[in-house]
Ligand binder design. Structure first.
Ligand code: DC
Length: 218
């Protein structure tokens, strides 16, 4: 098994920003598992399937061929041969990803892909169930979190920078709902692995978090 770093935590905790920087410093590949769930969600949205239609989701997910590749250190997610990166970061896709990721067939399919990637590459992988389920033997496990207020502000800044109109209170409400769904689902809920180190980034800047995690790798 290759060396692996698992970073789990709720939406907006800064996982992807931090994981990307750590991957660059270590020369590992960064695997954004949320993007895989988002690609699956996009596929389901395009099929007109609703979050509540679990049987349809189980059936349809089998026809979604999701793969990833890397270009200039950036992860590209391919959905049935199409680069879907430009469509993954909307609130609609995020909410559908949270809803459809409770589905067992969706999880089995994507976890298998994630484990294959980690078997042949040194990875920094982020998600919700990496330390608990995907890579239970990861060399370093981090549970990265921040208060819902801080997370909502970060998401708000990200969306407004892209020119998307949004409301900070609605974003915080969405974040709290998504946390609740991710933490209480039956299969692989979001929780801190027993052997993970808790890092609360509410009052830390990016470099401080990166340094803290690199310290754990020594
Ligand atoms: O990290 P993100 O916001 O891109 O993830 C979108 C959704 O995907 C999230 O609400 C829950 C789900 N997800 C998951 O269930 N397991 C993972 N390892 C990663 C994401």
């Amino acid at each position: 098994m290759s060396y692996s770093i698992a970073i789990d935590g709720p939406a907006g905790a800064g996982k992807s920003t931090i994981a990307k920087k750590i991957a660059k410093k270590k020369g590992f590949i960064y695997v954004d598992t949320g993007a895989m769930y988002r690609a699956m969600a996009l596929y389901l949205i395009r099929k007109g399937i609703k979050p509540s239609e679990s049987e349809k989701i189980s059936k349809a997910c089998k026809d979604a061929d999701i793969t990833i590749s890397y270009e200039n250190d950036e992860q590209i997610v391919w959905l049935n041969g199409e680069n879907v990166n430009p469509y993954l970061r909307t609130e609609e896709v995020g909410n559908m990803a949270s809803a459809s990721s409770v589905n067992k067939d969706v999880r089995i399919k994507l976890v298998e892909l994630q484990q294959k990637l980690a078997a042949t590459n040194q990875v920094v992988m982020d998600g919700r169930d990496i330390g608990t389920c995907v890579l239970p033997d990861a060399d370093v496990k981090v549970y990265l979190t921040a208060s819902s207020k801080v997370r909502a502000k970060r998401r708000y800044d990200e969306l407004t920078a892209k020119g998307e109109a949004c409301d900070i209170d609605a974003i915080e409400k969405d974040i709290i709902e998504r946390d609740e769904r991710d933490m209480t689902r039956e299969m692989s809920p979001l929780k801190q692995a027993e052997d993970a180190t808790l890092v609360d980034s509410s009052d830390m800047d990016i470099e401080q978090v990166v340094e803290a995690i690199l310290g754990l790798c020594k």
